[in-house]
Write a protein that binds this ligand. Structure first.
Ligand code: AMP
Ligand code: ZN
Length: 478
């Protein structure tokens, strides 16, 4: 096992990951809200989490990865009603789209992908514990709130002061004076855990000891993380926007519900945002792209994966077309090196990667790739690791050990080199283009150079070029 460090938002320090139990790292990632296709900003966070997991696995840890699906909230309810679909069918569709996108990006599937709607009982039980211990109260309308002033350590993650809490209105539907709910809570800082049924909820509600309603968003992650990782409360992560209030509230609910018996996760890791023209990419600003949009521009998902992960995960990056062009050319270099070193060592990429994924080759024999691994295992410095890889491959290392070490780094980065297109894809020419090319070939045979040149220009105007051989020609797209 080699050391892996990450910057912990809770301590504001880079810390080595030491799991609660043995060599198993519990890792909870806040998952998508399934009401539309996730945009590539969301995927910047999910892809960085995938690399976190791969780095831990490469270091020799076993990772217990849980990522939830938020399948009930204001947005899922409103959209499903708009489309006249039952909530379950509506969110299942978007869940499938999300999972397919994850596969296209070569992301490792989590061991558990729990849904909020399938854990209502656990969420109600957590609220009951909190009421019993004096941390929560039900209001007259049947909503239940967490009393922020009852938890001394509130704010330890985001360092938010109560004064700030009362004056800043967070952009969050469940905390702060955002709607008429503010009059039913004791303090504007308190956040809702159970939302009493509203007419806008349609037929989406569950029975509870406080009447009909539905759980709040923060609660689902607390309840599901405790259920699946209660004994492995190691890493919790999400985009930086989740630090407050989502993660702060998760800590408050979870630590108070168990009477402070457990620390709700030791390491909190937050990924910076993907920006577009200086603004956060988001659905609400309508400045987003999906993986489909990028594929339509002609880039394979691996190119997008590279563009989204080659910046440091704690620094914001601006999304541009240039970053895709740079990613494509960097990947071609990696693919060519992989092809060459494997061929010389008589190895097959798929077999090498399969063995790596299974944890064979787990020796710390990094050779010329030692620097790349050091960079990757210290707060996941992907740009520095990539720099070290390109320096190492310039010297054209060979041999099976170097081949395995290189592919262990590629596994950790999750770049599927099979997806990298080295040559222009061969496309069959349309019939009319073939006819012009045929006439040009005949003209050349008859030594009618004027006609042949005119036909060559016609081919070019149609976007094609004839590459002559001795006995014929090939057609290539310009
Ligand atoms: P949501 O589906 O809105 O709950 O978001 C899913 C994940 O995407 C969360 O971890 C967010 O923090 C993250 N996220 C949202 N927008 C961006 C962005 N522009 N860049 C990076 N991560 C983002
Ligand atoms: Zn969460």
């Amino acid at each position: 096992m080699s050391e892996v460090t990450f910057q912990n938002t809770l301590s504001r320090k880079a810390e080595p990951i030491v799991p609660t139990k043995g060599n198993v790292v519990g890792m909870y990632c806040c998952g998508p809200t399934v009401y539309a296709q996730a945009h590539i900003g969301n995927f910047r966070t999910f892809l960085n989490q995938d690399i976190m997991r791969r780095v831990l696995q490469t270091a020799g840890f076993k990772v217990l990865h849980v990522r939830n699906l938020t399948d009930v909230d204001d947005k899922t309810i409103a959209r499903s009603i708009e489309e006249g679909k039952p909530l379950k069918a509506f969110t299942e569709h978007w869940t499938e789209v999300f999972q397919k996108d994850c596969e296209r990006f070569n992301m490792l599937p989590p061991m558990v992908e729990p849904k909020a709607t399938e854990h209502i009982e656990e969420q109600i039980a957590m609220i009951e514990q909190l009421i019993e211990r004096g941390y929560a109260y039900a209001s007259d309308d049947g909503s239940v709130y967490f009393r922020v002033s009852s938890f001394d350590e509130y704010g330890k993650l985001s360092r938010i002061k109560e004064r700030q809490l009362l004056t800043d209105t967070p952009a969050d539907e469940e905390q702060g004076p955002v709607d008429s709910d503010e009059y039913t809570r004791d303090s504007a800082a308190d956040f809702v855990m159970w939302k009493s049924r509203k007419p806008t909820d349609g037929d989406v509600f569950w029975d509870s000891p406080w009447g009909q309603g539905r759980p709040g968003w923060h609660l689902e992650c607390s309840a599901m993380a405790m259920k699946y990782l209660g004994n492995n409360l190691d890493i919790h992560s999400g985009g930086v926007d989740l630090t407050f209030p989502h993660h702060e509230n998760e800590i408050a609910q979870s630590e108070c519900s168990c009477g402070h018996q457990k620390q709700f996760f030791k390491y909190w890791i937050h990924a910076a945002h993907l920006m577009v023209d200086g603004a956060k990419m988001s659905k609400s600003l309508n400045n987003f792209y999906t993986v489909d949009d990028i594929e339509a521009k002609g880039y394979a998902p691996v190119v997008l994966r590279y563009a989204l992960t080659s910046g440091h995960y704690r620094q914001t990056i601006n999304f541009t077309d240039d970053s895709l062009v740079a990613a494509q050319s960097a990947l071609v270099k990696l693919r060519k090196f992989s092809d060459d070193i494997l061929a010389a060592a008589g190895l097959k990429r798929s077999a090498v990667l399969k063995a790596i994924a299974k944890g064979k080759h787990a020796k710390d024999d990094w050779g010329v790739f030692a620097d790349a691994w050091t960079k990757l295992s210290h707060d996941m410095n992907v740009p520095a690791a990539l720099g070290a890889i390109f320096t190492a491959i310039k010297a054209k290392p060979t041999g099976p050990d170097a081949a395995v070490a290189f592919h262990r780094i590629i596994f950790a980065l999750g770049y599927d080199l099979e997806q990298v297109v080295i040559e222009k894809p061969k496309v069959d020419a349309p019939e009319e283009v073939k006819a012009i090319a045929e006439k040009r070939w005949q003209a050349k045979q008859e030594k009618d150079w004027t006609a042949a040149d005119a036909l060559r220009d016609q081919l070019a105007a149609a976007g094609w070029k004839a590459l002559d051989r001795k006995d014929g020609y090939d057609l290539e797209q310009l």
